[in-house]
Design a binder for this molecule. Structure first.
Ligand SMILES: *[C@@H]1O[C@H](CO)[C@@H](O)[C@H](O)[C@H]1NC(C)=O
Ligand SMILES: *[C@@H]1O[C@H](CO)[C@@H](O)[C@H](O)[C@H]1NC(C)=O
Ligand SMILES: *[C@@H]1O[C@H](CO)[C@@H](O)[C@H](O)[C@H]1NC(C)=O
Ligand SMILES: *[C@@H]1O[C@H](CO)[C@@H](O)[C@H](O)[C@H]1NC(C)=O
Ligand SMILES: *[C@@H]1O[C@H](CO)[C@@H](O)[C@H](O)[C@H]1NC(C)=O
Ligand SMILES: *[C@@H]1O[C@H](CO)[C@@H](O)[C@H](O)[C@H]1NC(C)=O
Ligand SMILES: *[C@@H]1O[C@H](CO)[C@@H](O)[C@H](O)[C@H]1NC(C)=O
Ligand SMILES: *[C@@H]1O[C@H](CO)[C@@H](O)[C@H](O)[C@H]1NC(C)=O
Ligand SMILES: *[C@@H]1O[C@H](CO)[C@@H](O)[C@H](O)[C@H]1NC(C)=O
Ligand SMILES: *[C@@H]1O[C@H](CO)[C@@H](O)[C@H](O)[C@H]1NC(C)=O
Length: 860
């Protein structure tokens, strides 16, 4: 048996070793050979639980002696020798507890209206906060049990403008304090711990102001909770040598050698993350490309031109001196600034400067015009305070190299990790309607240059080597971010030179431009003042004047004509229908359906309509997952605070849609504060803010509401309603028919869509004349109604009972009789005449024959 064992141990076999749990102070090891000895595993039992291995070594088995040994970790692996590492924060964790307190009066109140330590991403634990002007404390507790001497190790960073104190207590004794000013650097704290149970308290105490002040923790390690580690872990970030208890990412100019970073030999340097002296390379001599110039601020007419080495310096500048700085006249001030005899400053609000050369003053912007402000960033001596720059490695950890200044432009650091992302970001408040920003850039081919506004991609350049870009912005706060994403190749950069923001709240003005129609200025204004709805500006934009009759205007806009058939409301704010709608010679009586402007329809005052009206709207009218509310030419503000909505315009009709049913992904909506609200996945959409068409149809009339919220890139929502004459419906109801091309069509049967009867429409029924009177009934035809809903009108007219002689059947009879008599007499006369002739001729014949007979007889 021993022989066989030795045989296969000497053969180059590999084994995997699994240890059991500690049971009655012993553990067992299961040894599984790989690819030899029939792959048959065996176990070694009764090994001691308390065999210790230091950090950087793992518990192993000496197969020759069947005993425990420690084996150092291989290159680029590590372990902490038995302990806990907490560096993933997004899951709910049981291995620590945390809470926060607020100082109320003289005592700290636990859990009072504050947030405690929480995960901001999986990599980061962040201290919480409370409302401003309060003392705040966040505590994090761990209770580890150490079986051998160990330590607690913490990697943290202070964020931004950090005030506040950071403490670590062990068993109620203060072991570490940080009251330093903030820095982007990560700090590592090591505090030794004896064996036994400990209480570790990690505390951040801060007086909360409007400035962000936080502690960010990346990792907490507690070493010594186990006698030994069973495995070595691969390095996630950085590198390690054999037997390492951590992975290191050495800075530029250094390399990893036996668990520490060492400086490269003189005259050489290295890229960050190097792990071998061979990675150190000789620096080339510096050239003019390795330094740049920048200007000091202009003072007393002069400014200084300074030269400085690029940072980080990638060349050997030994023996090379920079050109001397020199003093020169200021020249022009930057856009929007004037030279006040000592230095450049922004023009006062409402004044502007076009020629900003020394001696020129800011000009007053006269009435009718205004001077919008702008901010120009063209000098890059330092990264301005308003900008933030940072770097993210491909593994989403912060890296050290951001954008660097080069005096007249900024550029991404020549040193970077492959595939890392280099950001620069800024936030400004814009107040102009036509705000925009522009920048120009250059880049090398491998990089991907992306520009975001409020997190939405606006530009993305892969192949273009440079250019100028401009984007419009809506009023409000906007965060603009430029990202240079490196590829795997080296020697890449992106640069930005001229960044301009137009329409900002702060800054200076370089223009004086006429107010837009519907707004006015009294002079020296940064913004024009809006005219109220129903008013517009005069030609000179100096006064608000009411809209001419027949026209309407919304706030700060031109007056526009109401479409044919419609009229302005009494305030000239919007178009509606007259009480008697007359169009194409048809008259409709609609006042009851509409109600008073701004008030619900008259029908809505009836109890039965309680659930079917909402302000001036009829609804809810349902279709699938959508809900509609439709007014009859009576727009109003939508008051439904439970729903997120796109705009605040008055609406003639609106809908509540599931958010995912909207095709527009870039839709900007006013988000709800209560994210738990049931209505959170719904959005309220204005389906028409203008009455744009009224016309008759075969069945009644139709209306069109247009200019609702955006529906897709080019179109806005429109609503079309077909009113159908239906004498059996009073107010009726809007029914969804279909939606095509952002137009939603409804059918609305109601008696109000039946035209009023005209004379040609009447069906007349006259009664008989009795006692000199006759009833005439005028009936409505199928498609029209009487104003008073009577259905028919009765009129009585006088008449005379007519004599029989005068009645036409009698006349006809007489006529026919006369004609008949004449006819009969003519015929009888004619018959008489014919008969007489026959008789005569017979008589003549008989006379002749008698004569002849006489002659015959006489001849004889
Ligand atoms: C086990 O024995 C073999 C052969 O004698 C030797 O080469 C090897 O180094 C030994 N292994 C250990 C862990 O002692
Ligand atoms: C809780 O904080 C909010 C804002 O953070 C504040 O408005 C509110 O008054 C606070 N409530 C109490 C009881 O302090
Ligand atoms: C760099 O400069 C030194 C002197 O400053 C010179 O001796 C050396 O030849 C230069 N090297 C190169 C590669 O030009
Ligand atoms: C120019 O501005 C500076 C700083 O605001 C001020 O001290 C100085 O008096 C100004 N000069 C003139 C002529 O306004
Ligand atoms: C940047 O823009 C300015 C004008 O806005 C222009 O003069 C300059 O040539 C542009 N530079 C580049 C690299 O496009
Ligand atoms: C923009 O941000 C500033 C400062 O955070 C704030 O005072 C202002 O009210 C914000 N403006 C808008 C329109 O949200
Ligand atoms: C507009 O301005 C011109 C010139 O300043 C002036 O003559 C004219 O009367 C003004 N018109 C109105 C309507 O104010
Ligand atoms: C309306 O009626 C008038 C007179 O009754 C007539 O002249 C006109 O052509 C009619 N218009 C339409 C559109 O029917
Ligand atoms: C109104 O309808 C008639 C008939 O359908 C049509 O001829 C006319 O062009 C329409 N008017 C408008 C303004 O659309
Ligand atoms: C009803 O209206 C018709 C015409 O629309 C009118 O002639 C009649 O007098 C009205 N009847 C009543 C009772 O008001």
């Amino acid at each position: 048996m021993v022989f066989i064992l030795l045989l296969y141990i000497s053969a180059a076999c590999e084994f995997s070793i699994d240890f059991s749990q500690c049971h009655e102070s012993t553990i067992a090891a299961l040894i599984t050979p790989k690819g030899c000895y029939g792959n048959k595993p065996w176990a070694i039992q009764n090994l001691p639980c308390d065999y210790e291995c230091p950090a950087g070594e793992r518990l192993d088995i000496n197969l020759n002696a069947s005993s425990l040994i420690c084996t150092p970790c291989q290159e680029n692996t590590y372990n902490i020798g038995g302990g806990i590492t907490i560096n993933s924060w997004s899951l709910h964790r049981h291995d620590f507890s945390s809470f926060c307190s607020v100082l109320i009066g003289k005592s700290w109140k636990k859990g009072a209206n504050c947030t405690t330590w929480h995960a901001s991403s999986d990599e980061i634990l962040i201290s919480g906060t409370t409302s401003i002007n309060n003392w705040y404390a966040a505590d994090l507790f761990l209770y580890p049990y150490l079986v051998k001497p160990g330590k607690v190790k913490l990697i943290y960073r202070r964020e931004v403008s950090g005030q506040g104190n950071f403490f670590i207590y062990i068993d109620n004794l203060l072991q570490y304090v940080d009251m330093e000013s903030p820095s982007y650097e990560w700090f590592t704290v090591d505090i030794p711990l004896d064996p036994g149970r400990h209480e570790i308290q990690i505390a951040f105490i801060n007086y909360v102001t409007d400035q962000i002040s936080e502690i960010v923790i990346k990792e907490i390690q507690i070493r010594g909770t186990e006698h030994a580690a069973y495995t070595c872990l691969p390095c996630a970030n950085g590198k390690s040598t054999k037997g390492a208890d951590e992975c290191l990412h050495c800075e530029m100019g250094s390399y990893l050698d036996d668990k520490i970073c060492k400086k490269c030999p003189y005259g050489t340097t290295s890229l960050p993350g190097s792990a071998d002296i061979l990675d150190c390379y000789k620096l080339k001599n510096c050239t003019v490309l390795d330094f740049h110039y920048y200007f000091s601020e202009c003072r007393y007419g002069m400014k200084t031109k300074f030269y400085e080495w690029n940072y980080p310096l990638m060349c050997n500048n030994e023996g090379i001196t920079l050109p001397n700085m020199y003093i020169m006249p200021c020249g022009n001030c930057p856009l929007g600034k004037f030279y006040n005899e000592t230095y450049c400053e922004y023009c006062e609000t409402g004044s502007f400067i076009v020629d900003s050369s020394p001696g020129k003053k800011c000009l007053e912007c006269p009435e009718g015009k205004y001077s919008p402000k702008m901010l120009a960033f063209t000098d890059w001596g330092v990264i301005p305070d308003q900008f933030n720059t940072w770097c993210m490695s491909v593994k989403n950890t912060i890296c050290s190299f951001g954008w660097e200044t080069r005096g007249t432009f900024i550029i991404t650091s020549p040193l970077y990790e492959r595939e890392s992302s280099i950001y620069i970001e800024t936030t400004f408040e814009f107040i102009e309607k036509d705000s925009y920003f522009s920048y120009n850039f250059t880049k090398t081919s491998g990089t991907n240059f992306i520009v975001y506004v409020d997190g939405i991609v606006k530009d993305s350049y892969q192949n273009q080597a440079g250019g100028l870009s401009q984007h419009s912005l809506s009023p409000g706060n906007h965060t603009i971010k430029w990202l240079c994403k490196h590829s795997i190749s080296s020697y890449e950069y992106c640069s930005l030179s001229e960044i301009l923001f137009h329409g900002t709240r702060h800054g200076g003005s370089a223009a004086c431009i006429p107010c837009k129609d519907g707004s006015i200025s009294k002079g020296n204004q940064q913004m024009c003042t809006a005219c109220n709805a129903g008013f517009t500006s005069n030609l000179n934009h100096t006064l608000c004047i009411p809209c001419p009759s027949g026209m309407v205007s919304k706030e700060s806009s031109k007056c526009s004509l109401c479409p044919p058939g419609t009229i302005p409301d009494s305030n000239s704010e919007f178009c509606t229908l007259p009480e008697l709608l007359v169009i194409n010679n048809k008259t409709f009586q609609i006042q009851k359906l509409r109600g008073k402007i701004g008030n619900p329809s008259d029908y809505c005052k009836e109890d039965r309509m309680l659930k079917y009206c909402y302000g001036t709207f009829f609804g809810p009218s349902l279709h699938k997952d959508s809900i509609f509310y439709i007014s009859f030419v009576n727009p109003s503000e939508i008051k439904m605070p439970n729903y997120a909505k796109v705009s605040n315009m008055n609406a003639y009709a609106f809908g509540i849609f599931p958010k995912n049913s909207l095709t527009l992904t870039e839709i900007e909506y006013l988000e709800l504060e209560d994210v738990c609200s049931e209505a959170h996945d719904k959005i309220l959409v204005n389906l028409g803010s203008e009455l744009s068409l009224v016309n008759t149809t075969n069945l009644g009339f139709m209306l069109e509401y247009s200019n609702g919220d955006c529906c897709d890139q080019n179109k806005k929502f429109t609503t079309k309603i077909e009113f159908i004459c239906d004498k059996y419906e009073k107010e009726g109801w809007p029914f969804f028919l279909h939606e095509t091309n952002c137009e939603i069509v409804f059918a609305w049967p109601t008696i109000h869509a039946c035209r009023m009867c005209s004379d040609e429409d009447l069906i007349i029924h006259k009664g008989e004349c009795k006692d000199g009177k006759r009833e005439i009934h005028y009936y409505e035809s199928e498609k029209c109604v009487f104003a008073n809903n009577t259905g028919f009108v009765k009129q009585v007219e006088k008449c005379e009972e007519e004599s029989v002689i005068m009645s036409w059947p009698f006349l006809v009879l007489v006529l026919v009789s006369v004609v008949l008599i004449i006819l009969v007499s003519v015929v009888s006369i004619w018959i008489f005449k014919v008969k007489h002739t026959i008789v005569l001729s017979q008589a003549k014949l008989s006379v002749r024959s008698s004569r002849a007979f006489e002659e015959i007889n006489s001849d004889r």
